[in-house]
Design a protein around this ligand. Structure first.
Ligand SMILES: Cc1ncc(COP(=O)(O)O)c(C=O)c1O
Length: 365
């Protein structure tokens, strides 16, 4: 039998989550964020499953967008970081990609260009996140430039991104929303201009700010986007369940240490299992002791530092475990948020996006 680290991916749960998100934002179109290999779930597999049900796909680079066109995906694709060099504008024009403009140089690149067809454009404004986007107090002039450019499809759309939507009480949310609202009013865009502000957390928290397009990412994959609510409370279901099996079981005497750095010392005689999954698969090396691991449906704990190919589990809660038994690292029956509490930044984002391609993926249907 080959190495057993694998992930089960549920089409049903992916489409269920999309429906939950749409039900929460019934008047908005959906840009499904499939960047970063669809948050670790597989760019192609996820996009093929979503294409019929969403209005657009969101990627970080033209390489990802071209992969999607190559496999026959025809719906609009947004380059969320825009183009990285002038030649990409031509490709965007030919392939019909939506280009986000967030930096002056991207506008300059438009000058000497002769596009075969007008480019679909978004102006990204920085409403307070301090990341990509034109300073919202100075962005009107750039909107104007794009609006007057005959190589740009009109009207130009407008977007921004919230920094703290996962913390609903954070005052920065309302400041950003107010600032975005002021901007779109001040530039008095044509009635048909479309806007977008909300990521997953904001979709659940700020219904008045859904605008024309929502941009869900993490919620689609069934992890909670909110710090104070579980995925189950939001009716989201995990798309990925990460599994492997026990490849060795041993009893260690009191005082024995486990793993690199001898981080864990047995406080008593202990039954432990070695599982075939480590940081080379995307299970973080920095995960702390006691992170939950399901062994035959019993909740056991990680002990000792995660190695590249293996990790160690305390089998006290599952004394009948055998070599070959399956374990679950996260997913159905073990919410990823609970595992994320044992990571350095408490979120599921890097757990999901970190899954490596030597983990075998099995999509259900
Ligand atoms: C511009 C933009 N929109 C939407 C998203 C989706 O965010 P989330 O995964 O929190 O829903 C992201 C994620 O990084 C993003 O960068």
């Amino acid at each position: 039998m080959s190495r057993s680290a694998f992930a089960i991916l549920s089409t049903e749960n992916l489409l269920h989550n999309l429906k939950v998100i749409k039900d929460n934002a019934p008047y908005s179109k959906v840009i499904a964020m499939v960047k970063a290999n669809a948050y670790g779930h597989g760019l192609r597999s996820v996009s093929l499953r979503l294409q019929k049900y969403v209005d657009m796909l969101g990627v970080a680079s033209i390489d990802e967008a071209l992969i999607l066109r190559d496999i026959g995906i025809q719906i609009p694709i947004m380059l969320a970081e825009g183009v990285f060099e002038p030649s990409e504008l031509l490709i965007a024009s030919i392939k019909g990609f939506h280009v986000v403009f967030h930096e002056k140089i991207q506008l300059q690149w438009m000058k000497n260009l002769s596009c075969p067809s007008p480019i679909q454009a978004w102006l990204k404004v920085d409403s307070g996140m301090g990341r990509l986007g034109f300073d919202i107090n100075k962005a009107a002039i750039f909107y104007e430039q794009l609006s007057k450019n005959c190589q740009i499809e009109q009207p130009v759309r407008i977007m921004s991104h919230l920094a703290c939507a996962d913390e609903p009480a954070n005052p920065l949310n309302q400041q950003q929303i107010d600032s975005f609202n002021r901007f779109v009013q001040v530039i008095s865009p044509k009635a048909s201009t479309e806007y977008s502000l909300c990521n997953s957390a904001a979709i659940f928290r700020f219904p008045a700010s859904h605008y024309n397009f929502i941009r869900p990412g993490i919620g689609l994959y069934g992890a909670s986007p909110l710090l104070n609510k579980s995925a189950a409370e939001l009716n989201l279901k995990p798309v990925m369940t990460l599994k492997t099996s026990i490849i060795s079981i041993k009893t260690l005497p009191k005082g024995s240490s486990i793993g690199y750095g001898a981080r864990f010392t047995c406080p008593e005689k202990m039954l432990i299992g070695i599982i075939a999954l480590g940081y080379g698969d995307g299970y973080p090396r920095t995960l702390r002791d006691s992170a939950p691991i399901l062994v035959n449906n019993s909740r056991c704990s990680l002990i000792g530092r995660v190695s590249m190919d293996t990790s160690t589990v305390d089998l006290k809660a599952c004394p009948n475990a055998r070599v070959g038994d399956l374990v679950t690292l996260w997913g159905t029956d073990l919410p990823i948020e609970e595992v994320a509490q044992f990571t350095t930044d408490n979120t599921s984002y890097d757990l999901l996006t970190g899954v490596q391609n030597r983990v075998k993926f099995h999509w259900t249907s």
